[in-house]
Design a protein around this ligand. Structure first.
Ligand SMILES: CC(C)(COP(=O)(O)OP(=O)(O)OC[C@H]1O[C@@H](n2cnc3c(N)ncnc32)[C@H](O)[C@@H]1OP(=O)(O)O)[C@@H](O)C(=O)NCCC(=O)NCCS
Length: 141
């Protein structure tokens, strides 16, 4: 992912998430040198992920497939690339947070071997004006 990809990335982000990241968040991720990758087909960007690795711990901060192309195995393929990259950077564990209501993501992560290690209370904004917990998942690499 480069800054030139951000318009396409943001269009997908806004279509895919109820509370999307802003352009400034993606720009910060690029600036600090996180592993920011896009997946492309002939039409352009169709998905992306943002991964940070420090002190042998990797953290998957975002993984997204454009809504029109979801449920075709692309999320799983992109997650495989995340795992490869995390291992290449010598990470021993991969962590992520997910909304308990995000069935698609939970099926994907649990099917890949992630296990639930905790809950962050009131982590995400929610539609009722309140907050939703985050489930913290980890995978040993
Ligand atoms: C989560 C996400 C990346 C999955 O990508 P995808 O390309 O749709 O997923 P895949 O087609 O590779 O499917 C992966 C697994 O999840 C399952 N799955 C996908 N969507 C599902 C849904 N809506 N309900 C139930 N299971 C679902 C698939 O059946 C598959 O399981 P299987 O391999 O056991 O058959 C995608 O839904 C997405 O971008 N969502 C919005 C952004 C998001 O929430 N990201 C995760 C933040 S933590």
């Amino acid at each position: 992912m480069g800054s030139g990809d951000l318009p396409a990335v943001l269009a997908i982000e806004r279509a895919a998430y109820p509370y999307p990241w802003t352009g400034a968040i993606f720009q910060d991720c690029l600036r600090v040198g996180y592993c920011c990758w896009v997946a492309e087909d002939a039409s352009g960007v169709i998905g992306y992920f943002v991964l940070s690795v420090a002190a042998q711990e990797a953290h998957l901060l975002n993984l997204c497939i454009t809504p029109q192309l979801q449920r075709q195995g692309l999320g799983r393929r992109l997650l495989r690339q995340v795992l490869r990259l995390a291992r290449e950077h010598d990470a021993r564990s991969l962590f992520l947070e997910v909304r308990p209501s995000n069935t698609a993501a939970l099926v994907l992560y649990r099917g890949t071997g992630f296990t639930e290690i905790g809950v962050r209370r009131a982590y995400y904004p929610a539609d009722d004006g309140g907050r939703e917990n985050a489930v913290v998942l980890s995978l040993s690499l």
